[in-house]
Design a protein around this ligand. Structure first.
Ligand code: FES
Length: 71
């Protein structure tokens, strides 16, 4: 585990959950910056970020990962 950068330790840490084969769940609210797109503010209690790049609402998960079959 890496230590927090200087000055970051006084902020409360956020819980991030990586779901195998699914999204990355981040406690909200969050401000998302992605590939030169306008910043996206999401005011939800829990935000699901797409990790499979199949979402039509990328960077947010739209559950498209459930249709992904790799066997
Ligand atoms: S992780 Fe859910 S659509 Fe990509």
């Amino acid at each position: 585990v890496r230590s927090a950068p200087e000055g970051a330790s006084d902020r409360p840490s956020r819980r991030v959950v990586v779901v195998a084969g699914g999204p990355v769940l981040v406690e909200g609210p969050v401000d998302i910056e992605c590939d030169g797109e306008p910043p996206l503010h999401v005011d939800r209690f829990l935000v699901a970020l797409c990790a499979c790049r199949r979402s039509r609402r990328y960077p947010l998960c739209d559950t498209s990962h459930r249709r992904c079959t790799t066997t």
